[in-house]
Design a protein around this ligand. Structure first.
Ligand SMILES: Nc1ncnc2c1ncn2[C@@H]1O[C@H](COP(=O)(O)OP(=O)(O)O)[C@@H](O)[C@H]1O
Ligand SMILES: [Mg+2]
Length: 150
């Protein structure tokens, strides 16, 4: 079931990301789609900070991957904007990395999609009418409502 939410500011987008994290089973792979500046990283920050509070979550634009790890949990956060082919994605060893992670978030997943198998969820972030409005479409086979107001 897909659910659409309106976010009115970055903290709300982070909250939706955090709540979403709590709903997904271990091993989930989240593919984030949306234009540059839509809020994919913001959503990911909320998701990651729900498990790693207080940790700085920056965009993996240049590193392609940021990894968050402790004794219990590993979260991978990819931004594959710079990749052009599936071969480049394969060279990163994404399939292998994902298979050992608890959660994986992938911004700009297109090049890697043919390689990715498993428990995949799609999140799409679109610009809304107002400057800070974002429309967030989340996929999930569960009944779920984030704690932020719509
Ligand atoms: N409701 C909102 N949700 C998320 N980001 C917002 C929102 N309103 C404004 N913004 C701004 O939009 C930008 C989103 O950036 P970012 O999350 O890095 O986007 P992306 O990863 O999709 O390129 C940030 O500058 C943020 O401050
Ligand atoms: Mg981003």
């Amino acid at each position: 079931m897909d659910i659409e939410y309106i976010s009115n500011n970055p903290p709300q987008t982070e909250s939706i990301g955090a709540d979403y994290a709590g709903m997904l089973p271990r091993g989930s792979i989240v593919l984030l789609t949306g234009d540059l500046g839509a809020g994919k990283t913001c959503f990911s920050r909320g998701f990651i900070n729900s498990y790693f509070p207080g940790t700085l979550v920056s965009s993996p634009t240049f590193t392609l991957l940021n990894e968050y790890k402790n004794d219990q949990l590993t979260i991978l956060h990819y931004d594959l904007y710079r990749l052009k082919t599936a071969e480049e994605a394969a060279e990163l060893g994404i399939e292998d990395m994902i298979s050992r992670a608890d959660y994986t978030l992938i911004e700009w997943p297109e090049t890697a999609e043919p390689l990715i198998e498993g428990n995949i969820y799609r999140v799409t972030v679109r610009m809304g009418a107002a400057e800070k409005e974002r429309i967030i479409l989340v996929e999930g086979d569960f009944a779920w409502k984030p704690s932020v107001s719509e």
